[in-house]
Write a protein that binds this ligand. Structure first.
Ligand code: LAN
Length: 663
């Protein structure tokens, strides 16, 4: 860990050349509106949900699209016939059942080899009766599973006073929105009429005649491979009570609840211009409209907007995990470019990126947002674009950071009022523990996680502080303070003076507290400890930590300990599930995060950094890109997701920072 001089043999010219080539390639991928966007596939339950919605809604998919979808499903199927929860795993009954149904709805016959192999897997693992709850729910909509085989999702919960400890407003907004639409569909017992194909599927998905199955007995039947979070006894008790309630529920109250839910669903439609917060509630909200009024304008617009989630990738047509990655990718691409010579050679690209960032800040709060349990929006940035409209803590931070850094190069500045709006919003988001969550302040104790009914995901019930979000917020607040402190014409006001300073100190305390014994931080949105540790170190440095700080030393020690002999780092996606570092072959993105971290912590002259740089330089492709490797993103511990552009900006960011530090 001690600083030793750069050893002979390393060629700074090749490092420089790699940065220039990488930069040129990155710029060649910028789109006309100034943004970068990338494939955001990975989760294997999304595309089948889309296909199911189209089938239920009688929305035909054009033949070319269908072929792309079949290509994708075929490419992600495993030799044992199964699909994984995400594209790189296998053996998940939930996704295998859904992909099986998608195969059939897209036109494959039951005796197609792919279909037969999937069916064999399904029958060997308990049939569709044993798939995870979201799978059963989707089957119920298709009339392939009976509603009494589902645990009740009571719409009446939304009529409780918001102060109730298990009021839905306390849920993490993604789960809240998904369960909102599900509760509506459940309350209506919505399902399509059976047809010839669904009759055939009823026969194919089960081992016994459909009519002879007692679905109610299978509410808790879940295949072992679909259980990441076992049903707690608290959830069992809740299910028992809601099950009793469902038997005796009063129609009038149900109708009132459904009306309330529908009002919330329509608010989400308006707030997101029908994009919806994510792909799952986009599908379910569409079906709510369809079942409510199939010919309505809202139904047509829902289906049209849903198409925006489709992506033609290298392996076929998939449904992305968000409406795009535009703001996130653009904010990082800009920051990476600013560490290179782009200011001289790619000014136009920087200008276009600046315009995209500036044009996608959310400018207004939503009317009556409190009534719909929304946090203020004004001044924030979403992950994708302004039309989506849900600002996120770290996207706001990265958007603000990018805007401030771009303007330092002489590009048109973000109006001052809008900077203050962003800072104000960042401060309203800080949690009592000093950290930042994702979209909202923490609204419930972590105990609510005991009622997680999803089986396959963890950590979906409560939005709570994350080291990544916290570090990003700290970093942008500190940058903002520096920008204004550098202006002699006006002293820092209360917002950027006292309040931001206090927020930074509290955030720093949170970061220090969640550093692990071994020096790492556990990432929740990227794979995994190299990701978390990059944010931890970046955040602490922004808060003013010196290189000699014990927390930074420990973080570097952790990284060195896991460096592979070829100079790189590779973390398996299993690290997220297992919550411990699981090494794999060196990966350009993990290596870039580790190198960035080490250089940021003052280690650039250590020969191990040089080895890391060499790994990145020698693995770069001729066109300036890096090879596509395993998935780098994750959510809810189990689902990996693709960040197609990470390998294009993190390596040049790391190499440029390294080169500048050793010069
Ligand atoms: C995302 C995408 C962006 C991501 C970052 C901003 C990168 C992160 O730092 C904070 C969390 C966030 C906002 C995030 C959370 C979980 C999402 C929304 C996703 C990974 C995209 C898809 C995923 C969503 C939950 C998928 C639907 C599944 C459910 C379990 C509801």
């Amino acid at each position: 860990m001690s600083a030793t001089p750069t050893s002979v043999g390393f060629d700074p010219v090749s490092c420089e050349r790699a940065v220039v080539r990488g930069l040129d390639f990155l710029v060649s991928r910028q789109e006309a509106d100034g943004a970068w966007r990338g494939d955001y596939g990975g989760p294997m339950f999304l595309l089948p949900m889309y296909v199911a919605a189209c089938y239920i809604g009688k929305k035909s998919i054009e033949p070319k699209r269908k072929a792309g979808m079949l290509a994708y499903l075929s490419a992600t199927q495993h030799p044992d016939g199964s699909f994984g929860l995400h594209a790189e795993s296998s053996g998940c009954l939930f996704t295998t059942v859904l992909c099986y149904v998608a195969f059939r709805l897209l036109g494959l016959p039951a005796d197609d080899d792919r279909v037969a192999r999937a069916r064999a897997f399904i029958h060997a693992h308990g049939t569709a009766l044993a798939c995870a709850s979201w799978g059963k729910f989707t089957l119920a909509l298709l009339n392939l599973y009976e509603y009494d085989g589902l645990q009740p999702l009571l719409p009446e919960l939304w009529l409780l006073p918001a102060s109730a400890p298990f009021h839905p407003s306390r849920l993490w907004c993604h789960s809240r929105q998904v369960y909102l639409a599900m509760a509506h569909l459940y309350g209506m017992k919505a399902r399509m009429p059976a047809d010839e194909l669904t009759h055939a599927l009823r026969h194919e998905l089960y081992a016994r005649p459909y009519q002879s199955i007692h679905f109610a007995e299978h509410r808790n039947t879940i295949a072992p491979g679909d259980i990441y979070v076992p049903t707690s006894s608290a959830l069992r008790a809740v299910n028992f009570v809601t099950g009793l309630y469902e038997r005796v529920h009063v129609q009038a109250l149900r109708q009132r609840s459904l009306a309330r839910l529908f009002d919330h669903i329509e608010f989400e439609d308006r707030a997101t211009q029908f994009i919806r917060i994510g792909p799952v509630n986009a599908v379910f909200n569409t079906l709510v409209h369809f079942f409510q009024s199939p010919e309505s304008e809202a139904t047509a617009r829902s289906f049209a907007t849903l198409e925006g989630y489709l992506w033609d990738g290298h392996d076929g047509t998939k449904m992305n995990g968000y409406n795009s990655t535009a703001l996130w990718d653009t904010a990082f691409a800009a920051q990476a470019m600013l560490e290179t010579s782009a200011g001289a050679t790619h000014r136009g690209a920087l200008q276009r990126a600046q315009a995209f960032v500036v044009n996608n800040q959310v400018l207004e709060d939503l009317p009556k947002y409190k009534r719909y349990y929304r946090h203020p929006c004004r001044g924030g940035w979403p992950f994708s674009n302004r039309a989506h409209g849900w600002p996120i803590t770290d996207c706001t931070a990265e958007g603000l950071t990018a805007a401030l850094m771009l303007e330092e190069t002489g590009l048109p500045p973000l109006p001052e009022e809008r900077i203050f709006d962003a800072v104000r919003l960042l401060l309203t988001w800080q949690n009592r523990d000093g950290g930042w969550a994702t979209y909202e302040r923490q609204r419930s104790g972590r105990w609510l996680e005991l009622l997680n009914p999803a089986n396959v995901f963890d950590d979906i019930m409560v939005d709570h502080s994350y080291p990544e979000c916290t570090a990003a917020c700290l970093h942008s607040l500190a940058l903002c303070r520096r920008r204004f402190a550098a202006r002699p014409d006006r002293p820092l006001d209360d917002l950027l003076g006292r309040k931001a300073e206090a927020a930074i100190r509290r955030g720093e305390r949170f970061l220090r507290k969640c550093q692990r014994e071994d020096g790492s931080w556990e990432g929740s949105w990227g794979v995994c400890f190299t990701y978390g540790t990059w944010f931890g170190v970046r955040g602490l440095r922004a808060a003013g930590a010196e290189n000699a700080d014990a927390a930074l030393r420990r973080a570097c020690g952790f990284l060195y300990h896991h460096q592979n002999t070829d100079g790189g780092w590779g973390e398996s996606g299993e690290s997220c599930r297992e919550r411990r570092y699981i090494a794999s072959a060196s990966h350009a993105v993990n290596t870039a995060w580790a190198l960035l971290t080490l250089v940021t912590a003052g280690e650039a002259r250590d020969p191990r950094c040089e080895a890391a740089a060499r790994f990145l330089v020698t693995t770069q492709l001729d066109n300036g890109d890096w090879p596509r490797q395993s998935l780098s993103g994750v959510f809810n511990k189990t689902a990996l997701i693709n960040y197609e552009n990470y390998r294009r900006y993190f390596p040049i960011w790391a190499l440029a920072r390294f080169a500048a530090a050793v010069q």
